[in-house]
Design a protein. Structure first.
Length: 481
């Protein structure tokens, strides 16, 4: 059975452009490289990309448990007994690890030291070191990270660096030659070649770290191994077309296929981190049938292959609420770009921010319609979000349905639909499905009311609510800063 390895660090394992002209440009363009019938020459692209790809080593702090037991979310009843009781009873004594080292790769995207890599390369690092191809070493600082796309931006203090120019991943074709450049297994810079095998692949990796994962991987057969994470996938003209992120492997070593984040997603995420300090995620406000859904689900929903993305539900306060699109329609184009599955649609929407107007085409009974919508953020407004408190909390929220509220005998509330990595997980024992009735002593009936309440008390949050099927009320204090 093959698994997907995103090169998550293991201890002691060997494991745009920013609107500035380059002082020493690392890109190379030669149309002769792509002349039909001519042998492909990888030398120009290799020479262009190697100086712009760096080796990243990180130190992970010593405050992590090393007994290899999985972290589990406990029952709300554990609040009655305390955390130590449950840890001692179920897990036994905890051992503390010594500082650990890990490594990966990164790509320089500006002459003044901005570097893009994978979030999982630098996640939880207490120190980040960057080594250039010329052996010079620097300490890097983290500018921003986005677990939903597994991307991070770091910076070193230097000028006149070689860097790669962004290409256009929408124009990447199946069968096209590409190069993977990185530092696998703690070796020197390594360049491997392969072809584009598939596009818009979904692996489920980013769902481990985010409630709203973005996955639309480019699949290639270029050989990559542990340490390649965060490295470059480049075209034969030396343009960056993706950031290497994962492999399909039963062993953790290369076994045939590797995966890269499309550069068009990279551009959007990095620009957001630079401009706003947070990623501006846009939402359509629909639920849809993923292409990876089991056949039983497809049959149940009368899914028709080749039509597009089947809409299951349209949120009442979402971007598509008044668009005319309804359950049973098939979205087949986003701003003119054809989409055949959910991952392609997610990739297209990931290029936009809240407040952007786009055209969405859909099929109903075989006839195509086009509607114009304005994208919203996760709270249902059009605003640019500079302080993503909900991301810090690490949870997805939904306004409690009026029918459900009546069943529970409450006026309204906010459902914590999914908890992942974040402050709620770190500081409380809250479980998925908790219904918030009050935040900092004030009633909240919608997600927007909850977010507004949090913005007024940005340092501390006290939520009160209940679990359906359980007696009593629960309180959870959360320190935000």
């Amino acid at each position: 059975m093959f698994g997907y390895d995103s090169f998550i660090r293991k201890p002691n394992n060997i494991q745009q452009n920013i609107s500035k002209l380059p002082a020493s440009y690392a890109g190379f363009f030669d149309s002769n490289n792509n002349v039909p019938g001519q042998p492909v020459d990888f030398q120009p692209a290799s020479q262009a990309s190697v100086p712009a790809v760096v080796h990243i080593t990180t130190t992970i702090g010593s405050n992590q448990a090393s007994n290899n037991l999985p972290k589990t979310r406990r029952s709300p009843f554990s609040d009655l007994f305390g955390e130590d009781f449950f840890e001692d009873f179920f897990n036994g004594p905890q051992m503390r690890s010594v500082p650990q080292r890990a490594s990966g790769s990164g790509v320089i995207i500006s002459e003044d030291g901005y570097i893009v890599t994978n979030n999982h390369v630098i996640d939880e690092a207490s120190e980040i070191k960057v080594t250039l191809n010329n052996k010079k070493q620097y300490t890097a600082k983290l500018i921003g990270a986005d677990p939903s796309s597994d991307l991070a931006l770091i910076k070193i203090e230097e000028k006149g660096l070689n860097f790669l120019l962004y290409g256009n991943s929408d124009q990447v074709k199946l069968g096209q030659w590409v190069l993977a450049v990185g530092y696998p297994l703690n070796l020197e810079t390594t360049v491997t070649a392969g072809i584009i095998s598939a596009k818009a692949r979904t692996l489920g990796l980013n769902a481990r770290k985010s409630n709203s994962p973005i996955e639309s991987f480019i699949q290639t057969d270029a050989a990559v191994n542990q340490g390649n994470s965060g490295g470059a996938l480049v075209s034969t003209t030396g343009e960056l077309v993706g950031i290497v992120s994962a492999i399909a492997s039963p062993t953790g070593a290369y076994a045939g296929y590797s995966y890269a984040i499309p550069v068009n997603i990279v551009k959007k995420i990095i620009n957001d981190l630079l401009q706003y300090g947070a990623v501006q995620r846009a939402y359509l406000g629909i639920s849809y049938l993923p292409e990876t859904a089991p056949e039983s689900e497809k049959t149940k929903n009368n899914y028709k292959e080749g039509q597009g993305v089947l809409v299951l539900e349209v949120a009442k306060d979402g971007a598509m609420a008044n668009s005319g699109i309804q359950s049973g329609d098939y979205i087949n184009k986003v701003n003119g770009a054809k989409v055949t599955g959910g991952s392609e649609m997610v990739e297209q929407i990931a290029s936009y921010k809240p407040g952007d107007k786009i055209n969405v085409s859909y099929l109903r009974n075989g006839k195509e319609y086009t509607t114009s919508i304005t994208l919203k953020n996760k709270t249902g407004s059009y605003d640019i979000v500079k302080n993503t408190v909900s991301d810090k909390l690490g949870a997805s929220f939904q306004t409690l349905d009026k029918k459900k509220a009546a069943e529970f005998g409450v006026k309204g509330g906010v459902v914590v639909s999914k908890i992942s990595a974040g402050l709620i997980d770190e500081q409380t024992r809250m479980k998925d499905g908790f219904i918030i009735l009050k935040a900092n002593g004030i009633e909240v009936k919608t997600v927007e009311e909850l977010m507004n309440n949090i913005s007024k008390s940005p340092k501390r949050l006290l939520v009160e609510g209940f679990y359906p099927g359980y007696d009593g009320m629960y309180q959870y204090p959360i320190e935000i800063n």
